[in-house]
Design a protein around this ligand. Structure first.
Ligand code: NAD
Ligand code: DAU
Length: 354
């Protein structure tokens, strides 16, 4: 069996759903259920014994150790994190706590567990750390995409905390021999993404007739990958990745934010037309994110060359699937837009000058 941390969040939930649709190997899902963790994402597994949910914090060493001792997983996949850059600007402490201390505590518990395994299980064990391209910092136009050897230059409290966690993971391999793997992925989108991130935020705002807040000039570039493709990359790295290595994962799909927002508006104009006018009229430029990274781009040639992985979806197919999912799941949208969500929207957007 596998231990997944943060499996009630966006990518973790997609990973668990895909895994259990394809394999009978059970998953223990350790999640703190922060605002971003939502068991509704895993409702399809409510009666499935292969999904064992444990409510808890990766910082809780006693809990993690007891889970490891009881279930004896062959691998740990660490998705748990505070993941939203804007929230890290408003309140960095949780990011240090979960992303740095949490990863450290998980590594310590894993090391003790791994040391106690028999030789066969020890050889088979993997600690796979799910990380981000943001650790590499910001590119200027024309600069080559991030390869695995690009220097770390994190610019936000979020990316700095993820960079620190990556370094700890690396150190546990070099110092203690813990069999680790790290993936650094670009921007994901798809079903179950919390509507604080660009694509789902634009979709839920558009459907509610609210402004679509584009930061700064909207020319910041991200490399977008459909979440199910990220999940297949993680499976492939777990299966065949070389211990101690890192793998960059991306969609070969760089686009400026404003283009993404316009694409969403154009698609919604077809899929859910307004009685009068177009969703494009909701686009509103607002003041920028402090320290906003200008461009990310992933060179995903290593994982393609060495492990044979490449994305299965184009942006057009992936974003259409995503929009259809949000259109088909109004109850999910309604449930996540609780009081806490409204407080966050007020905090992040009320002060931004249009
Ligand atoms: P998310 O915010 O949707 O989910 C995070 C999950 O972690 C939630 O279920 C939350 O409850 C849980 N969690 C938070 N703190 C915890 C703690 N202390 N103990 C246990 N569980 C805790 O995030 P996501 O978008 O699914 O991202 C998952 C991972 O992938 C993160 O590590 C993130 O850095 C990384 N990543 C995300 C993207 C992206 O575009 N979303 C891209 C590359 C990498
Ligand atoms: O690159 C991978 C990273 O992608 C992950 O590690 C993070 O967990 C994930 O949140 C994401 O970070 P970004 O900051 O790139 O994602 P976000 O969706 O918040 O923003 C994408 C771009 O859109 C970014 O340039 C900021 C801009 N934006 C975002 C929001 C929420 C807007 O213009 N308006 C908005 O309201």
């Amino acid at each position: 069996m596998l231990l997944v941390t943060g499996g009630a969040g966006f990518i973790g939930a997609n990973f668990i759903l895909d895994w259990l649709a394809q394999a009978d190997e059970a998953i223990i899902n350790l999640d703190k259920l922060t605002y971003a963790g939502n068991l509704e994402n895993l409702a399809a597994l409510a009666a499935d014994e292969r999904h064992i949910f444990v409510h808890g914090d990766v910082c809780d060493t006693a809990l993690v150790s007891s889970v490891l001792g009881r279930y004896k997983p062959r691998a740990i996949l660490n998705f748990a994190a505070e993941s939203h850059v804007d929230r890290s600007i408003h309140g960095p402490e949780e990011f240090v706590q979960t992303n740095i201390l949490g990863t450290f505590r998980l590594l310590e518990a894993s090391r003790a567990y791994w040391n106690g395994l028999n030789d066969k299980m020890k050889r088979r064990f993997r600690f796979l750390h799910v990380s981000t391209d943001e650790v590499y910092g910001s590119l200027v136009q024309g600069q080559p995409a991030f390869s695995e050897t690009f220097p770390y230059q994190p610019n936000s409290p979020y990316s700095a905390s993820k960079a620190a966690s990556d370094h700890l993971v690396r150190a546990y391999y070099h110092t203690y021999g813990l069999p680790v793997l790290t993936t650094n992925c670009s921007n994901n989108y798809g079903p179950y993404q919390f509507p604080e991130k660009l694509i789902p935020l634009m979709v839920v705002n558009a459907l509610a007739g609210k402004p679509l807040p584009v930061y700064g000039d909207g020319q910041q570039i991200r490399d977008w990958l459909y979440v199910k493709d990220h999940c297949t990359a993680i499976r492939r790295v777990l299966e065949a990745g070389v211990v101690g290595e890192t793998y960059n994962v991306g969609g070969w799909n760089e686009q400026p934010n404003i283009k993404i927002v316009r694409t969403i508006c154009t698609l919604l104009d077809t899929l859910r037309p307004l009685v009068i006018g177009s969703y494009h009229s909701l686009i509103t430029f607002v003041s920028d994110r402090p320290g906003h990274d200008r461009r990310y781009a992933i060179d995903a040639s290593k994982i393609e060359r060495e492990l044979g992985w490449k994305p299965g979806e184009t942006f057009e197919t992936g974003v259409t699937k995503t929009l259809r999912w949000y259109l088909d799941n109004p109850a999910w949208i309604g449930n996540v837009q609780s009081g806490a969500y409204r407080t966050w929207m007020e905090k992040n957007y009320a002060g931004r000058q249009a």
